[in-house]
Design a protein around this ligand. Structure first.
Ligand code: A2P
Length: 215
């Protein structure tokens, strides 16, 4: 085996710098508290299926916050080598970017933040990221490139983080709905089946380093 095959990471992505991680965790926690408060008065909209535990405890998330670009699985994932060999990947490796966090969402499975990528950032986005999700989320393949970009903030017990991006796509393929309320952070929409999305009034700017992760 060649050295570069052996060295492919678990995944490539943008890793939030500590201040951005702290800020996003804090905004995320404010959102969960506000959503818990709102749900108390809303009918038929349970996220955690009648469980009384606060959302903050329902979602487990201790890892460092990042936005995955390409999941490589140490080279076993389809297209991993091709991605790692892209000139943009080596040119931009180690660079810091300002990611725009535009929304927060929760589903019965996951809690995440939506990232709106710029054209400059999209050069690092795999062309098949949305198409690859088509079998789990019908219609995902027709969404614009970068639609799946997200930061996992937490997962319910027994749920793998890969689910967060799929849950985001599942919301994005649905027809747009009217907000159910305006919270301090932005407008809150309900998509049925315990799916909520808060569009931030002010998108959050999160400084993040493009790099890779090995477990
Ligand atoms: P995410 O990017 O939503 O956080 P794990 O710890 O399960 O091995 O995953 C490592 C990282 O790679 C996580 O951040 C995870 O989800 C992402 N990931 C895992 N599997 C996939 C996949 N099949 N496609 C895309 N991203 C994945």
């Amino acid at each position: 085996r060649q050295l570069d095959e052996v060295c492919l990471p678990l995944f490539f992505g943008w890793f939030l710098l500590t201040p951005a991680q702290d800020q996003l965790r804090s905004t995320g926690s404010d959102f969960l508290t506000a959503l818990d408060g709102f749900k108390k008065n809303a009918v038929g909209s349970s996220v955690n299926e009648g469980q009384e535990i606060p959302l903050e405890q329902y979602f487990k998330g201790k890892r460092s916050l990042h936005c995955t670009t390409k999941f490589c699985d140490y080279g076993k994932a389809e297209g991993a080598k091709e991605y790692a060999e892209k000139p943009e990947v080596s040119e931009l490796y180690g660079s810091v970017f300002d990611l725009a966090v535009s929304a927060l969402f929760v589903t019965p499975r996951t809690f995440g933040a939506r990232v709106s990528l710029t054209d400059e950032q999209l050069v690092l986005w795999p062309a098949d990221a949305e198409k690859e999700a088509e079998s789990s989320v019908p219609g995902a393949g027709s969404l614009p490139l970068g639609s799946r970009a997200h930061i996992t903030l937490g997962c319910a017990d027994g749920v793998e983080p890969v689910q967060t991006g799929l849950d985001l796509l599942e919301i994005l393929v649905l027809p747009e709905v009217e907000p159910v309320t305006d919270l301090e952070l932005g407008s809150l929409r309900f998509y049925g089946e315990g799916r909520w999305m808060l569009e931030l009034k002010e998108p959050m700017c999160a400084a993040a380093c493009f790099s890779s992760f090995y477990k």
